[in-house]
Design a protein around this ligand. Structure first.
Ligand SMILES: *[C@@H]1O[C@H](CO)[C@@H](O)[C@H](O)[C@H]1NC(C)=O
Ligand SMILES: *[C@@H]1O[C@H](CO)[C@@H](O)[C@H](O)[C@H]1NC(C)=O
Ligand SMILES: *[C@@H]1O[C@H](CO)[C@@H](O)[C@H](O)[C@H]1NC(C)=O
Ligand SMILES: *[C@@H]1O[C@H](CO)[C@@H](O)[C@H](O)[C@H]1NC(C)=O
Ligand SMILES: *[C@@H]1O[C@H](CO)[C@@H](O)[C@H](O)[C@H]1NC(C)=O
Ligand SMILES: *[C@@H]1O[C@H](CO)[C@@H](O)[C@H](O)[C@H]1NC(C)=O
Length: 353
């Protein structure tokens, strides 16, 4: 295993590489900077992920918990000829990366939005790190730091899965900077431990992470994301994740994934959701059955977990100003499973202001 100082110097050289690559450093906002349909050729293989992202990748460098960290992000300007509608940030889920928002970014940019798409610390093209106190607060604060570095203080915050949980925390922590909130099959609509899922130590989760394969990821996503169905167009997202697991930072990444599982499980946000006051949208696929800890829950507890067909309605009833859009036949990733239906619903709601 890599010694920490070696890892740290690797991180520093990576960061140096990253900042030398992003020549366009502080991004001066211009809606006509580049066409959203042209692809970056200087896509830095950062964070142990060489996967080609659909838009130029920039790096937000900052210090957190006494470490120098590099947060990758894409910054997609509104398409030419559109009326500027504001900034929107898209937060990826635990098994996806910023790049998975490609379709959504095109749709939103074509509608006049500036779209900021970060990779969270520990994920994808951002820094992997052996010692970090991951928390929803920390990741939400990192995201706020990124947005503020771009002078964005009034964004629509949208997140999927774990990204939805971070978005909720963001909106609770920075309500004055959250114009509106969009949650897509977010985690945290229930407290799994309170229902009966036992705590699993990080070391055990780490062993599970180390055993990750293409087929284990595919089997999981097939069952929870796509109602048992599979399309070859989903393979790319499994392969992207495997690129990190099997890449040069794979072992550290696996550890970060164990740490973030612990974060999600031990920080129930469900009790604070009614404190969200801004206009918000909750989109759920009713076939979604995601629940952290279901894999290690006792047999009598498993059937009680992850009923999004119930959780969506319950949540919308508890949170003021929250609109619910349900897709009865879709699972955990409606934006991937039915992009046309999903984005029509999203734009419909965004356009109602
Ligand atoms: C957008 O506008 C810029 C500046 O006018 C132009 O260079 C660019 O080709 C345009 N892109 C598209 C896709 O029309
Ligand atoms: C935030 O942005 C939205 C959309 O661009 C705008 O309608 C709203 O007035 C802004 N709020 C503040 C406080 O600037
Ligand atoms: C991103 O989306 C655009 C528009 O839907 C598509 O043309 C392009 O092939 C996609 N790129 C990637 C890398 O998936
Ligand atoms: C943010 O705003 C400050 C103050 O107006 C300005 O100096 C700085 O260049 C801006 N940064 C970006 C990235 O736009
Ligand atoms: C697969 O998709 C179809 C519609 O596309 C849906 O009716 C069905 O419930 C899904 N699940 C399975 C296991 O076939
Ligand atoms: C939220 O709901 C309250 C009470 O119904 C209402 O007074 C307020 O205007 C709403 N805010 C928004 C942003 O819709």
């Amino acid at each position: 295993m890599m010694h920490f100082t070696q890892f740290f110097s690797l991180l520093l050289s990576l960061a140096a590489l990253a900042s030398s690559k992003s020549t366009n450093t502080p991004y001066a906002y211009s809606p006509y900077r580049y066409s959203p349909y042209t692809y970056s050729s200087d896509d830095t293989p950062a964070g142990g992920l060489s996967f080609q992202y659909p838009f130029p990748v920039h790096f937000y460098e900052f210090t957190s918990q006494q470490k120098h960290l590099s947060m990758a992000y894409m910054d997609v300007p509104p398409a030419n000829g559109t009326t500027f509608k504001g900034a929107i940030t898209l937060l990826h889920g635990k098994n996806f990366c910023g790049a998975t928002w490609n379709y959504t970014a095109h749709v939103l940019a074509a509608d006049g939005f500036r779209v900021i798409i970060p990779d969270q610390i520990g994920f994808c093209k951002s820094s992997k790190i052996l010692q970090y106190q991951f928390s929803l607060h920390q990741l939400a604060t990192n995201t706020n730091g990124l947005l503020n570095s771009l002078n964005i203080t009034n964004a629509t915050i949208m997140g999927h899965s774990m990204g939805g949980m971070i978005s909720s925390r963001y909106a609770l922590t920075f309500p004055d900077q959250t114009h509106q909130l969009v949650l897509v099959d977010p985690l945290g609509l229930e407290d799994w431990q309170a229902i009966g899922v036992p705590y699993q130590i990080i070391d055990t989760s780490f062993q599970t992470e180390l055993a990750t394969t293409f087929s284990s990821v595919k089997a999981y996503q097939q069952a929870t994301y796509y109602s048992g169905n599979w399309s070859s167009s989903y393979d790319i997202w499994v392969q992207m994740l495997m690129d990190v697991y099997e890449g040069p930072e794979g072992r550290t990444f696996a550890y970060d994934m164990a740490l973030t599982t612990d974060m999600i499980f031990t920080e129930p946000i469900v009790y604070q959701l009614p404190n969200l006051a801004m206009k918000s949208l909750l989109i759920v696929g009713d076939e979604d059955n995601t629940a952290i800890g279901k894999a290690w829950a006792p047999a009598n507890i498993k059937p009680l977990l992850g009923h999004y067909e119930v959780l969506g309605k319950e949540t919308a009833a508890r949170v003021p100003n929250m609109t619910l859009i349900e897709f009865p036949t879709l699972g955990h990733a409606p934006q991937v499973e039915d992009p046309v239906g999903f984005h029509a619903a999203l734009l419909g709601w965004l356009g109602q202001t």
